[in-house]
Unconditional design. Structure first.
Lengths: 265, 271
């Protein structure tokens, strides 16, 4: 009878063991810190929930159809904000992406470009919207600017990664043939990046639809304004209509965008 | 080469693209520009003073935000810590809840089609609702506080995480799973010994990625009363106390960057 035993386990070095212990302790420490810091008044939460469930949930599920036209108009404005914002971002992101890609400009410029992009990305959209609402007043254009700047960070990063992944042989071949920088840009770089750029810009439009639907909470236009009014007035029927509108529009745009992107790439 | 014209427009060289494609692209281009111009008109119609006035105004306002009043930092440190704790808790809970959902919405694990489509549809609908809208709903249900905020983060990140992880599961090597099944392993054994080792690193990486998203989301939840630093920010803006607000915004900025940096380093080490 042959002996079917498992192969011996690889021995862990002492260094690895210490590392595992330290990491485990750190994680435990983090959770202890979390659970001691969070203090939820459960009694109040449960009391509120018991009172509100009967009042809120049935109303949410029976949307107020009389508000349909108003909601549709606000949703349309949301789509406009997202569209204008993403298009601006898609244009703004291109030069920054070229700056940040390390195979286009020098190494140092690329580091600067990457820093600019990650700094922009660190601001949540809503915070940008707050700043722009203070600057241009509480209207939809503040939302457009917030979306434009917010998306530039993400799109710039994606674009620069695309540029970094292009086939540089073609660029070299053109250089060897004596093409100047503009010619290289148009005939070697652009054909390689345009489909993916478009694909990411359209994907970003999907994300921006979601983002712009909440900007109204700080006064930057779109359907968010209605959300905040409906919740302040405890008008849960209208909230049901708004939710339905968001779900439908986002689903349609996700679907359409996925189809277009599949065609492009 | 006697012609002065650049080769691009020379009539002798045939174009790379057929005329029909060119027409289509031009048409799409003009449609997009048209929608853009209309969007710009629509969003600016309520603006007082037009874009020129806005730019001038922006300078005046930005001046109001500076210099930020860093004297408030000790007072806002606690809500900031609470914000991070909310994100940690929410990410942990959704990482646990996501496991069954991700398995159910992975085509290669859930062979029972109706169940797969049901979970997929549920997750798709979940993902259409933005985080702050969820927060507004939960604040309406549970009252102002941390609990609705954490719940909103859990539900929001569940949608993203389950989708990403189910895609990871769908892309694994199926051979070990088949081998396990052929040698008589039951479903749980197959998942535990053939699937988990393959997806574990990606799982950890995606959870960290969602944690980054949650940090960003949690700093603004307070704007609708769902706890954390956003609440203080909203108050300060309400009082037109712009230097304090700027200090808070800068703190948020620094915290987000630091956490993202750490998380990126861990993810690089994982994969």
């Amino acid at each position: 009878m042959e002996n079917y035993s498992l192969p011996p386990k690889p021995k862990n070095s002492l260094w690895k063991k210490i590392k595992t212990i330290v990491i485990t302790l750190l994680v435990i420490g983090l959770y202890v810190w979390t659970f001691t810091g969070i203090d939820i008044e459960w009694s109040r939460v449960i009391e509120r929930a018991l009172n509100n469930f009967q009042r809120v949930i049935p109303k949410l599920l029976s949307p107020d159809w009389s508000a349909t036209s108003e909601v549709a108009l606000a949703m349309l404005e949301t789509v406009f904000i997202a569209f204008a914002g993403s298009l601006m971002a898609a244009i703004l992101a291109v030069p920054i992406a070229f700056l940040a890609a390390n195979n286009m400009m020098g190494k140092y410029l690329s580091v600067i470009g990457k820093w600019i992009l990650s700094a922009v990305r660190a601001f949540p959209d809503i915070i940008l919207a707050i700043l722009f609402v203070v600057a241009v007043g509480p209207n939809a254009f503040a939302g457009v600017l917030a979306i434009a700047i917010g998306s530039t960070g993400m799109l710039g990063k994606m674009f620069s990664e695309i540029i970094e992944s292009i086939d540089m042989d073609i660029v070299e071949a053109m250089q060897a043939n004596g093409a100047n920088r503009i010619q290289i840009l148009f005939y070697a770089v652009m054909p390689q990046i345009i489909p993916e750029f478009l694909s990411y810009a359209i994907y970003r439009f999907e994300v921006d639809i979601r983002a712009s639907s909440i900007l109204g909470i700080v006064g930057a236009g779109g359907i968010g304004t209605m959300i905040i009014f409906a919740s302040n007035n405890r008008n849960w029927n209208e909230m049901g209509t708004i939710l339905l509108a968001i779900i439908i529009v986002v689903t349609i745009i996700d679907f359409a965008s996925a189809r277009i992107r599949r065609k492009i790439v | 080469m006697t012609k002065e014209k650049p080769s691009l427009t020379a009539d002798k060289t045939p174009s790379i693209y057929p005329a029909k494609t060119k027409m289509q692209v031009t048409l799409i281009f003009f449609v997009i520009i048209g929608i853009y111009l209309f969007s710009m008109y629509w969003t600016q119609r309520e603006m007082v003073g037009g874009i020129g006035g806005a730019l001038g105004n922006m300078y005046v306002v930005i001046e109001k935000f500076f210099p930020p009043n860093f004297a408030v930092l000790p007072a806002i440190w606690e809500p900031m810590a609470q914000t991070i704790q909310m994100a940690i808790l929410a990410t942990t809970v959704s990482a646990i809840l996501t496991v069954p959902l991700a398995l159910l919405s992975a085509q290669n694990v859930t062979t029972f089609k109706p169940l797969y489509y049901l979970t997929r549809t549920f997750l798709n609908i979940l993902r259409t609702i933005p985080d702050l809208v969820l927060a507004v709903l939960f604040v309406g249900l549970f009252g102002i506080g941390l609990f609705p905020g954490i719940l909103a983060l859990i539900v929001f990140s569940l949608g993203i995480l389950a989708k990403l992880i189910s895609e990871t599961i769908e892309s694994v090597d199926m051979n070990p799973m088949e081998a396990m099944r052929a040698s008589g392993g039951n479903t749980l054994q197959v998942i535990w010994y053939a699937l988990v080792p393959q997806v574990a690193p990606q799982f950890a990486s995606l959870v960290l990625y969602v944690f980054e998203i949650n940090i960003r989301a949690s700093v603004v939840l307070g704007l609708v009363g769902a706890g954390g630093i956003g609440l203080i920010l909203n108050q300060q803006l309400g009082f037109y106390n712009y230097p304090n607000a700027m200090a808070i915004i800068i703190l948020i900025f620094v915290v987000v960057i630091v956490i993202e940096f750490i998380s990126n380093k861990i993810r690089e080490a994982l994969l």
